[in-house]
Design a protein around this ligand. Structure first.
Ligand code: CU
Length: 257
């Protein structure tokens, strides 16, 4: 029987990197649009009201410093309220949009509790250690399956560090005595695109001592079946190997052999 891949990210499943790229694009596009309008309008006014050497018109009602042109209901008031109104609409929409999408980043996709893999990440001077659900640990390289939500619990055994991968757009403080949760996921398409094994650089983002700049690691993403093979080997002779490899088989949608 072929194991169904139960966690194929659906339409509402998005990696943090995708979400942050979208936010960046929306802000960039809107900022460019608003910036272009404001600069163009300013230049147009500079040209229109330039000093052309002629006599000022008698009727010209120049505003004084600090005066809000609201009282008369004339064209100046309309412009003021129009620009206030438009700015408010733009700002409020961005706040609502960004807040909503960041809530998703905070909570992560809903996987119905099935298939989540939780990995403990412990920073130390100077490196990273990862502990898998079966108790297996690796140093430097974290190996995870594609199409799966990976939950990480980040802590430190000595001083403050910060676990992060720029490409995956994840970053969490690693603080002794505390854990910070984060999550990420990489699609199998992405793994395919990187030639069957996707790798992402991990760095420490908190100055933590002399070896800080060398405190590098790697996240390696394998296709689900390859990962399961790797994982089952790691748990093979551990004391609780059998039960944990069975539970992980279940976790990735497999049928215990
Ligand atoms: Cu560090």
């Amino acid at each position: 029987m072929i194991d169904p891949i139960i966690l194929q990210p659906g339409g509402d499943w998005r990696a943090q990197a995708e979400v942050f790229e979208e936010i960046f694009f929306v802000f960039l596009a809107l900022g460019t649009l608003v910036g272009t309008i404001v600069v163009a309008y300013t230049l147009w006014n500079v040209y229109k009201y330039r000093d052309d050497g002629g006599e000022p018109k008698e009727s010209f009602d120049a505003p004084t410093v600090g005066e809000l042109p609201t009282g008369q209901g004339g064209p100046k008031a309309k412009k003021l309220f129009l620009s206030f109104g438009l700015s408010a609409i733009v700002v409020i929409s961005l706040v609502v949009y960004a807040y909503g999408i960041l809530l998703y980043v905070e909570e992560g996709p809903d996987t119905g509790d099935e298939g989540d893999i939780e990995i403990l990440v412990e920073g130390y001077q100077f490196g990273w250690e990862y502990e898998y659900p079966n108790g297996h640990t690796t140093t430097g390289e974290m190996v995870v399956p594609a199409d799966q939500r990976i939950d990480i619990e980040v802590t430190s055994r000595d001083v403050w560090h910060n676990f992060g991968s720029s490409e995956l757009r994840i970053k969490s403080d690693a603080i002794p005595g505390e854990t910070n949760s984060n999550w990420f996921s990489v699609s199998s398409e992405e793994v395919e695109a990187q030639g069957g094994e996707a790798t992402y650089r991990v760095e420490c983002f908190e100055l933590c001592g002399q070896g800080h700049s060398a405190m590098k690691g790697q996240i390696t993403v394998l296709p689900q079946d390859e990962w399961r093979e790797w994982y089952e080997e790691t748990g093979g002779d551990a004391a609780e190997g059998n039960s944990s490899s069975a539970s992980v088989s279940a976790a990735v949608g497999g049928v215990p052999a």
